[in-house]
Design a protein. Structure first.
Length: 458
């Protein structure tokens, strides 16, 4: 796609005359070019590092800075932006083009939605955020951010990811999308400058290193997934030990400390991360997991004509699928107990699924999308704020999870690292679009995150 076309599509308005605003921003743009997508998808399956070097449909562009869409919006400098599994899927073209959610994404767009940023300036209606304040960003765009009244039923209930106006553009543009990072007119966190509605900005509590706050988004996703369960807190299985799977595991262990949680992990470093949470790591081979659950529950393993084993006479009451492929959902159905629950939080490649066991066992399959406001123990709090509180309280081994951090100039290496966790031992890979000023928090671009933990000043 021609650079001028990209520039036009991504710019809401003319450059601001504000002296603080730069004349251009540096950003990673995903461009929808069908021939390039085919080539990138093939190269990514053969050699991810080669694909990252030459064929990804992502380009580093210099764009005009966005203007405030309204006086209740905030101009931000992203400091730390996590590379989510969905970012890897998109960049390496592992998602199918007929995915239904592609209808809720506009192109081209600046990627990145796991964002920790500093306030550069605010609109006149924002009086509770000062310049330089550190915030974690809730990327979901609901009615409030879109400037639409009255709020839809989902937004009124605090479930912004289910906003019924998701296909409507935010103010000042004609792009649409579910959240920051997939909207044509609103840059995501893989940029040196972005804007967000005040309601999306959650102050980072004093004492929390902003570098660790990048984990708040996946932890909020995990907490929300657990809130979607109807579980008594006895035995649960989590499929997947990526950042979301570990976040789900952590949420289960924090809310139900006496329960047994088994989490599948493909590599030794993720197995160690599972153990550090007080959960039991298990291999990812379905047969091994079936046998492990049978041992814990007393269920009996039976084998189908083609050799697949599944459990009768018992099983695990709750399975949370943090991978989201047809294969992992198949595994969930094989180990879940009759009338048990499967919560699907991961988004993976589709494939053939035999759903026979869903009807035979009368399984409840529940989706979990993003996060919002959740009530736990009579207290209603936003999942992102809860995640930040857990991080500042030291309830998560942030140092163990934050394995790599790269400057924007090394974005290709960052994506290649995130795409090959078995080889690189990655869990959470972070991009640093801009470096914090001296005295404003951790500074300096480095390949591996080393300075985590409590900060002495907010």
């Amino acid at each position: 796609m021609d650079g001028a076309i990209v520039q036009s599509a991504l710019t809401m308005a003319q450059p601001s005359a504000d002296a603080e605003m730069p004349s251009s921003i540096d950003a990673l743009v995903f461009e929808l070019r069908p021939h390039a997508l085919v080539l990138a998808g093939f190269a990514a399956r053969v050699a991810p590092m080669v694909a990252a070097s030459w064929f990804l449909p992502v380009r580093r562009r210099h764009l005009r800075p966005p203007q405030l869409p309204g006086e209740d919006w905030v101009v931000l400098r992203p400091r730390y932006t996590g590379i989510c599994g969905s970012d890897v899927f998109q960049a390496f073209v592992r998602a199918d083009l007929d995915n239904p959610l592609s209808a809720l994404v506009s192109f081209p767009h600046v990627m990145g939605h796991e964002i920790v940023a500093q306030v550069l300036r605010t609109g006149s209606a924002v009086r509770d955020l000062g310049d330089g304040a550190w915030v974690a960003i809730d990327p979901w765009l609901g009615c409030l951010a879109r400037g639409l009244r009255p709020l839809c039923a989902s937004c009124e209930a605090g479930h912004t990811p289910l906003c019924s106006r998701v296909s409507e553009p935010p103010p000042g543009g004609d792009g649409w999308g579910m959240h920051l990072g997939n909207v044509r007119d609103l840059p995501g966190g893989f940029s040196t400058l972005m804007v967000a509605h005040r309601s999306q900005c959650h102050p980072i509590p004093p004492g929390l290193d902003p570098a660790a706050a990048v984990l708040a988004d996946p932890l909020a996703v995990g907490w929300h997934a657990v809130s979607r369960t109807q579980w008594t807190g006895d035995l649960a299985v989590v499929l997947g030990a990526g950042t979301v799977g570990l976040s789900v595991t952590a949420a289960l262990r924090i809310q139900y400390p006496q329960a047994t949680v088994i989490t599948t992990a493909a590599w030794s470093h993720t197995s160690a991360a599972v153990s550090a949470l007080g959960a039991i790591p298990c291999g990812v081979r379905p047969g091994s997991l079936v046998n492990e659950v049978a041992r814990y529950t007393g269920a009996r393993a039976v084998r189908s004509l083609l050799g697949k084993t599944w459990l009768v006479g018992g099983g695990v009451p709750l399975v949370i699928d943090a991978v989201g492929t047809a294969g992992t959902l198949d595994t969930a159905l094989r180990i879940v107990a009759p009338r048990g629950q499967v919560v699907k939080v991961g988004v993976g490649q589709p494939g053939r699924l035999d759903s026979t066991l869903a009807y035979y066992k009368e399984v409840s399959i529940v989706g979990s999308n993003g996060y919002g406001w959740t009530e736990t123990g009579g207290l209603r709090i936003h999942d992102l704020d809860r995640a930040l509180d857990l991080l500042v309280a030291g309830r998560l081994p942030a140092r163990q999870w934050l394995t790599h951090a790269y400057p924007m100039t090394a974005w290709r290496q960052a994506f290649a690292t995130a795409a090959r966790p078995g080889r690189t031992r990655a869990i959470k890979v972070t991009l640093r679009p801009t470096a914090a000023e001296p005295g404003e928090g951790p500074s300096g671009d480095r390949e591996r995150t080393t300075a985590l933990g409590a900060r002495t000043s907010p």
